[in-house]
Design a protein around this ligand. Structure first.
Ligand code: HEM
Length: 127
């Protein structure tokens, strides 16, 4: 018997709810909203595809967009430590809102925290 993937444990419906709850917070976060598009429909669609494969599900993102190269794709945006923490706090709150299973929450959050730190490409200035 094969072990279920995290994607199978979470399920497509819950993953979709998580991403929607996440971008709802991003849209109104003072540190994040300015660097994101006003309309987050397409961003959320890509994130659902990405997280599906990140969690061991089908390679939906790569099939449509090619290799994720996440750090490179984030280079056009100034991602500071503060923004990485803001991203993670939106994710943390989204996980709470949808009441993601505790068994999945910790592992997923700590993995996302590593990925988020890896995206940092700018140092904050003083002003
Ligand atoms: C795209 C910001 C971390 C996955 C984007 C975009 C921004 C952004 C501004 C462009 C949105 C658009 O044009 O539609 C940030 C910030 C982060 C962060 C501030 C803080 C560390 C992450 C992490 C992941 C991720 C941790 C994965 C777990 C993606 C994906 C896209 C994206 C898949 C779409 C790329 C594409 O255009 O194909 N992000 N991001 N991001 N981000 Fe992040």
């Amino acid at each position: 018997e094969k072990m279920p993937t995290p994607y199978e444990m979470i399920g497509e419906h819950t993953l979709s709810k998580l991403v929607d709850a996440f971008y709802k917070r991003v849209a109104s976060h003072p540190d994040l909203a300015p660097i994101f598009p006003k309309d987050l429909t397409e961003t959320a669609r890509k994130q659902k595809q990405f997280l599906t494969q990140y969690l061991g599900g089908p390679s939906l993102y790569t099939k449509e967009h090619g290799h994720p190269m996440l750090r490179a794709r984030h280079l056009p945006f100034p991602i500071t430590e503060k923004r990485a923490n803001a991203w993670l706090s939106c994710m943390y709150d989204a996980m709470n809102e949808i009441e993601l299973d505790a068994s999945i929450r910790e592992g997923l959050f700590s993995r996302l925290a590593l990925t988020a730190k890896h995206m940092i490409n700018s140092v904050e200035n003083e002003n």
